[in-house]
Write a protein that binds this ligand. Structure first.
Ligand code: SF4
Length: 212
């Protein structure tokens, strides 16, 4: 990466971390994904129940495998699970020791946006797990809430629809049409304006493009 861009990125990430802290969140800045993964593994230690929301960032960093190798139990739904089985996994994730997810957007003034199809991840990042850790690559940074909600549907959701091979109109057009598809993945928004008072939330801001 160009050294000037690198310096600029780190300043923006530090400013955003300060804004997140002023909204009650714990926040840290990491030079790259490898450094963030290392810090997360040290924080998790071993013997924990770790809930995972669907997250390309978590997968790109290889966290499920690394956390399992370190002796943690991963709680996440898998393709092919029936409705009742998924429900029991999502309920178990709500009472995990650590819950990992990646927001679709983090605003420069320290707010966080997540959009879900089912709402299990939107629920788990507000209350339940002992500790909630949100990982965000620099590509998730946006100016404000309005841009964050725009990004959630017009960038993140479309890329996720493509990844998940959903038969939704945005996959063909590259644009969100606010569809009424049965497979729509944009049904629920969680906006964390400030840290919910009974929750412990760490936001890891990473100087690398990660996920969608
Ligand atoms: S077209 Fe539907 S599924 Fe695609 S981004 Fe828009 S609301 Fe989400």
């Amino acid at each position: 990466m160009d050294e000037n861009i690198n310096t600029f990125n780190l300043k923006i990430l530090e400013n955003t971390a300060a804004a997140l802290r002023s909204n009650g969140f714990e926040a840290g800045v990491y030079k790259n994904g490898a450094e963030a993964a290392c810090a997360l593994l040290a924080l998790a230690g071993t013997g924990k129940k770790i809930g995972l929301g669907g997250s390309a960032t978590v997968q790109e960093l290889g966290l499920p495998e690394k956390l399992t190798l370190a002796g943690n139990e991963i709680i996440t739904h898998k393709p092919g699970m029936g409705g009742e089985e998924r429900r029991s996994v999502w309920l178990a994730a709500l009472s995990s020791d650590i819950y990992l997810a990646s927001p679709q957007a983090v605003t420069l003034d320290g707010k966080i946006a997540l959009v879900d199809g089912n709402g299990n991840r939107c629920a788990a990042v507000t209350w339940g797990p002992r500790k909630i850790i949100l990982l965000a690559g620099i590509n998730k940074l946006v100016k404000d809430q309005e841009e964050g909600l725009w990004r959630s549907r017009n960038k993140a959701a479309i890329a996720n629809n493509i990844r998940l091979k959903k038969d939704n109109p945005c996959v063909k057009t590259g644009r969100c049409s606010d569809c009424s598809s049965a497979w729509r993945i944009c049904n629920v928004v969680t906006l964390l304006w400030k840290k919910p008072s009974a929750s412990d939330i760490l936001v890891m801001l990473i100087n690398e493009d990660l996920g969608y």
